[in-house]
Design a protein. Structure first.
Ligand code: GLV
Ligand code: MN
Ligand code: MN
Length: 406
């Protein structure tokens, strides 16, 4: 079972014919097709599969929680952002299965269980909270609150899971499963171009910037676009626009990142002043204190602009991940393995969030990055060359052989 074969099988699932981007949202038909592919692939490799209480998929070589000790797990996610690229997430899962296939062909006998995990709703594209599956598993989100999260059509997570045949009542911390995992190594496409600049196919992650999402609800008064005098308006679009510009300025001043990538104007008529504008702020910074200053500044600018225009404002935090420093000893061990295999891997920081960053609070985790010559991610333009994907599989194979070896 080669990387290329597995990659080709998964490639058409959930791809939009117009944009070429992926729309693999959790608990939808494309997600079910990805899950079926996962189960088929695992079965083809002789691995036992399981869907945990939180909807995350697992494939096992060996029995987790048994006498042979804590497992070595690799994996990533299969869901995408709207019109995402092919690699963000799936590269890690396909590489995991390809690495296991290679170990099997080589006659490798693991001394401890080896697992492949596919975490659900990593992007938070449907229910708003990134890394939802790993947050639920580690107890970092209240399961009752999570079950009530709603998608853009008002469908709750609980209802979505139920219609996919899962019991949402079981969602929540999974201490037994966590205790069965000794280390998690996630391979991921680099979401930038540092490796390309360094001329390296594979890198090792150092840590993840603190980041989070906030929702801003500006509420004004709907009225006629052709008859309402400008001074009489309470238009929520105006303070929203001022907030977008303030966010850009604050991010620039603080050496941070702030993005409004999703905005909904209600009711959405071209010839009416909006009654409400709902917008999502994604903010990231090198330190938590800088992130707090950034969000405070943006919030203050939003409040001032809303007051100026007679508009109401509510700001709520939807998710937050503190600074992640991946386990230094695991990272050094991986760097040593790759150097010994003739594939020295530079150490890189990242501003992108990952399940490995959530799991890092509970178990030793590490990440491998694969070169992305486009430097682009969360877009159909995301790309990795086949030769670099193969280098990623070779790196992951060497790492698994070391971590699961005698
Ligand atoms: C996930 O890709 C994120 O960083 O939002
Ligand atoms: Mn992503
Ligand atoms: Mn990802």
């Amino acid at each position: 079972m080669s990387f290329a074969e597995l990659w080709e099988q998964l490639l058409p699932v959930g791809r939009d014919a117009q944009t070429g981007g992926y729309r693999r949202y959790s608990w939808t038909e494309p997600d079910e097709q990805c899950r079926a592919w996962f189960a088929r692939t695992a079965a083809g490799l002789g691995l036992a599969t399981d869907c945990d209480r939180n909807g995350n998929l697992w494939a096992w070589w060996g029995r987790p929680g048994g006498e042979s000790g804590p497992a070595v797990v690799t994996g990533s996610h299969l869901d995408s952002v709207p019109d995402g690229g092919a690699y963000d997430g799936p590269l890690g899962i396909v590489s995991a299965f390809a690495a296991i296939a290679r170990l099997r062909e080589d006659g490798f006998r693991p001394a401890r269980p080896v697992g492949v995990a596919a975490f659900t709703e990593e992007e938070g594209a449907r229910f708003g909270v990134a890394c939802l599956g790993s947050r639920l598993m580690t107890g970092m989100i209240d399961p009752a609150a999570a079950r009530e999260l709603r998608d853009g059509d008002g469908v709750t997570l609980a209802a979505a899971m139920r219609s996919a045949g899962r019991d949402p009542v079981l969602t929540g911390p999974d201490e037994e499963l966590l205790a069965a995992v000794g280390a998690y190594v996630e391979l991921h496409i680099e979401q930038g171009s540092l490796l390309d600049g360094l001329g390296a196919a594979v890198g090792v992650a150092e840590g993840i910037w603190p980041h989070g999402r906030w929702r801003l609800d500006f509420t004004g008064r709907a009225d006629h676009a052709g008859t309402t005098r400008l001074p009489d308006r309470r238009d929520p679009m105006l303070p929203f626009a001022a907030t977008v510009l303030a966010a850009r300025d604050a991010a620039e001043q603080l050496g941070a990142l702030a993005t409004f990538g999703k905005v909904v104007a209600e009711p959405g008529a071209a010839n009416a002043i909006s009654s409400a504008v709902r917008a999502w702020l994604d903010a990231r910074a090198p330190q938590v204190s800088v992130l707090e200053s950034l969000v405070d500044e943006i919030g203050a600018a939003a409040a001032a602009a809303a007051a100026e225009h007679g508009v109401g404002l509510l700001i709520g935090r939807e998710s937050f991940t503190p600074l992640v420093s991946f386990d230094p000893s695991l990272r050094e061990r991986i760097s040593g393995v790759l150097a010994a295999a003739g594939q020295p891997a530079p150490v890189l920081p990242t501003g992108a969030g990952h399940d490995a960053g959530v799991l890092a609070a509970r178990i030793p985790t590490a990440m491998l990055f694969v070169r992305n010559p486009s430097g682009v991610s969360h877009s159909p333009a995301e790309h990795a060359e086949p030769v670099d994907c193969e280098a990623g599989v070779a790196a992951l194979t060497a790492v698994l052989a070391d971590l699961a070896g005698p």
